[in-house]
Design a protein around this ligand. Sequence first.
Ligand code: GDP
Ligand code: GDP
Length: 467
Amino acid sequence: MSKVTFKPVVALVGRANVGKSTLFNRLTRSRAALVADFSGLTRDRHYGEGRMGDRPFLAVDTGGFEPVAKSGIVREMARQTAQAIAESDVVIFLVDARAGVNAHDHEIAALLRRSGQRVILAVNKAEGMRYDAAISEFHELGLGRPFAISSSHGDGVADLIEHALSFLDDAGQDESEAQHEGAADPRLEPGDEEPAQGNEGEDEIQHRIKLAIVGRPNVGKSTLINNLLGEERVIAFDMPGTTRDAIEIEFERGSHSYTLIDTAGLRRRGKVFEAVEKFSVIKTLQAIEACNVVVLMLDAQLEISDQDAHIAGFVLETGRALVVAINKWDGLDSEQRERIQREFDRKLRFLSFAKMHTISALNGQGVNALLKSVNAAHAAAFAKLSTPKLTRVLLAAVEQQPPPRKGIFRPKMRYAHQGGQNPPLIVIHGNALDAISDSYRRYLETRFRVEFKLDGTPLRIEFKSSH
Ligand code: GDP
Ligand code: GDP
């Protein structure tokens, strides 16, 4: 049954200042023009969709590596790095061509060799150097042929990634490869012009909702899943064939069919499902990538953390539809309820497009309403927006409030059409559209949102100027 295959994960590892974040930014270069500037959105990203070449992947910047660290924040970073290495499909180990090999590099190399993971050695900052000279001293790390690259200039980076991903084709992909191709992201990338039908049949898009329930450890994900999957409702539960196949659970509720994409290795024990793995950021991100609608769970009894905000930021980046569930609402007094509401408004303001529900996964309170919003968010994400109506809404919005001039340029918008679904992409055609400001883009977004009732899904707007 497994139709969903997770994207491969590429982890960037290396000591401080070798250029990990520079490489990460190059690999995940966000389409800034497509994503409105949400105030409050966390910018501190360590996870991103890879945008190099035509094969999708997830990049993880492990931030730092102190294998000898004993305590505190540094130890926590080392733990997270170790987890990212263990969960990735391939590790890119960065070293610095200008600084040369040092003891720290040797420690990391030893650790990586012990991890048993596939490792590719990238010698960074090699721009302007002779290739052989750049890499020669790094052979001693014993990790195979080093790749000379320049993260800041881009030299060698495409080759490196192609090599890293081809690695995966040779290894472990076996018979599931055909499936992987078939299961390639059914959503259109923003910028594609075709109406999104992807690989799914029309019916499937209409009727089956791919859902991921995500959140920090102990927010109540398993409890909610058990509530949703009352035994009789589960119609299929398949174990994955390879590590990159998602675990999917199909269930019915009301008149809707759902496929739950699991983040934690659910196993059935007796009547209940149990998560057999501990919390994994990477599985969380893969599930977000693979689903249509995310339920982001927050714990009403705790403060909203950076981790919550990071997951939320990633949802926004991928463009998935979103519903927020604030769990453990039972047993809170009114003061506590007001606190969490205030905190939400302050820290997660950029999620204002999403419906928020207060629930108790334990006693089921609010769960039906939550699912209604999931259905609505899914419908919004796959809404069909006709060119005539889009154009009407656009021209009415422009008439009511024309875009300001920028210098000698006055943007002229002529018509709009839909360029994709999940998230809906609206492509606006006209002249001098580069001059349109973020705030005007937000104004248009609001108008489209209201007119087409697009609650629960991010919305992307792209401008195409003819000259
Ligand atoms: P990180 O600590 O490993 O994430 O390293 P950063 O990405 O923050 O980079 C550390 C420093 O190296 C910054 O000053 C970067 O501008 C610089 N840097 C990164 N990549 C390159 C490169 O390819 N060439 C050169 N010359 N400098 C680079
Ligand atoms: P997960 O790690 O996100 O899967 O969280 P679990 O579902 O394992 O729940 C963690 C703990 O929170 C367990 O002790 C649950 O019983 C408790 N819990 C889950 N949902 C609720 C809720 O709605 N109210 C209360 N009071 N506790 C809950």
